[in-house]
Design a protein around this ligand. Sequence first.
Ligand SMILES: Cc1cc2nc3c(=O)[nH]c(=O)nc-3n(C[C@H](O)[C@H](O)[C@H](O)COP(=O)(O)OP(=O)(O)OC[C@H]3O[C@@H](n4cnc5c(N)ncnc54)[C@H](O)[C@@H]3O)c2cc1C
Length: 489
Amino acid sequence: MKKRITIIGSGFSALSAACYLTQSGHEVFVYEKNESIGGRARQLKKGGFTFDMGPSWYWMPDVFERFFADFGKKTTDYYELVKLSPAYRVYFGIQDFIAIADNLEEIVSTFESVEKGSGNELRKFMAEAKSNYDIAIKDLVYRPGVSPLELITLETTKKLGQFFGNISKDVRKKFKNEKLIQILEFPVLFLGAKPSDTPSFYSFMNFADFGLGTWHPKTGMFDVVRAMETLARELGVQFFVNSNIEKIIVENKIAKAIVVNGERIDSDLVLSGADYHHTETLLDSEFRQYSEKYWESRVFAPSSLLFYIGFDKKLENISHHMLFFDTDFDQHAKEIYDDPKWPEAPLFYANFPSVTDKTAAPDGMESAFFLIPLAPGIHDSEKLREEYFGKIILRFEQLTAQSVKENIIFKESFCKNDFVEQYNSYKGNAYGMANTLLQTAFLRPKLKSGKVRNLYFTGQLTVPGPGVPPALISGKLVSSLINKQFLNE
Ligand SMILES: Cc1cc2nc3c(=O)[nH]c(=O)nc-3n(C[C@H](O)[C@H](O)[C@H](O)COP(=O)(O)OP(=O)(O)OC[C@H]3O[C@@H](n4cnc5c(N)ncnc54)[C@H](O)[C@@H]3O)c2cc1C
C-alpha cells in the first residue's frame, strides 16, 4: 500500500533510499537543511573554480552500476567515467614518489622494482583481496545487520581467522619496504580506523584500489549526486532544501511527523539519513536508543581540515590524486585515535581535479583540494587552520619542487566546526563511524529504531559503513526493511 514517507537529509544514502522507496510505490519527500543537496558530497563553485567538497575517489564502480541497474539504468545514462592513469601518486620525499598505475600488471612491476620478490607477493595478496571482495561487496554488505547469522556463510567460515587478524600485520608479514607497506595500508583508511585495528578481511579495499581502479566522473563526484537527483525526480521524489528538521514527533511510540522550520509535517514513516547521533537528539530522550556514553565509546572516522584552493597558473609535477606520506604514518594515526591532538607532522592528501577535468578551473589555472585527517572532536580555530595550511603548502612546494604560494587566488577552509554546523556531524566526524571488528555489520547502530515504530535510519553510521558505495547500499538495505514492515502490516 502506498505510504507517505519523509526523509531527513539528502546525502547519498538518503538519495538512494528515496529512489528505492518511490520505486516501491511510496510517496517520498526529502528535506535537506542546506541550500543544496548531496550532503558531504556538495559542490563549491567560486571565481570560475569548481570543487567537490567531500568525496573525490570514485571506487567500486560495480556498486554504482548495480544501483542504477536496479532502476533499469546504467551510469552512462547519466554521467561519463574516466579511469585515472596513474590512479594516484604517493610522495615519500622531495621528488621521491611512487605512481600507482591503472592496472595490476604494471603495479606488480612497480612493486618488484622497489622490493625484490614483492611482485609475486602482491599477486598472492591481491588474489585473496579479490576473493574477499567477491564475498563482501557482492554479498555480505547487502545484508541489513539485523543478526550475527548474516555473517555466517560457507565462505566466511573458511576465512574466520581473517576477522581476528589485522591488515597492518598481514601487510608487514609479506612486505618489508616501508613505502610499499604504506601504500597497501592506505585503502583501509577509507574505513575510518587504523590499519592495525582493521580486520584482515577488509583487504577487499586493496582489490577495490589495485584491482578495480580509480575513476573520475567527467565533471566531478557531484555528477553522481546530479544523476541520483535526476533519477529520483524521474521516479517522483520531491525535494525541499533549506529545510531544517527540528524535531521528530512521536505519539504512542510511533513516529508521526517531523517539524521543519517550525511547521509540522505528518507522514506514515520517518527515515533519517542525517548523522545518527544528531537524529536521536531530535527525539525526546525516552525514545533514543543509544546513550551519550555509547557514542562516546565508539571509534569514529577522523574529522578533517580541508582547503579548497584556486591557483592562477598550471602547476608542475602534479597528478589528479596525491598522497603525502613523507612523515611518520603511525605517529599521525596515534594523534588521531590514541592521543587526540593536532598532529606534529601531518600526512596530507591533495587533489587536482583540473588535471582531468577542464571545467574545474579557468583556462591556464588549477583547482585543488588539500586534506589533513584530524581527531574527531578536536579544538578548531582560524589560527590553527592557517598554521597548518602554512605547514602543508610549504611541504607541497618542497616535495614537488616548485613555488605556488604566491599563485593562490582563491582559498576557503572547512574543518571540524563546519562539519558540526553544516551537517550536524557528531564530533565533526568527516565520514562516520569506523569499520572496526566491533563496529561491523550487526554491531553497528541499527537501521530500524527499536523504540519508535516507523522510524528508520540510514547512512554512514549504520550498515555497511563509511564511503559513497556503502551509502548507496545503506539506502537499499533500509528500503527493503521498510517494505518488509509494510508487507507484514
Ligand atoms: C572530506 C571527505 C572526503 C571523503 N572522501 C571520500 C571518497 O573519496 N570516496 C568515498 O567513497 N567516500 C568519501 N567520503 C565519505 C562519503 O562522502 C560519505 O561516507 C557519504 O557521502 C555519506 O553519505 P550519508 O548519506 O551517510 O550522509 P551525509 O552526506 O552526511 O548526508 C546527511 C545529510 O543530512 C543533512 N542533515 C543533517 N541534519 C539535518 C536536519 N536536522 N534536517 C535536515 N537535514 C539534515 C545534512 O546536511 C546532509 O546533507 C568522504 C567524506 C568527506 C567528508
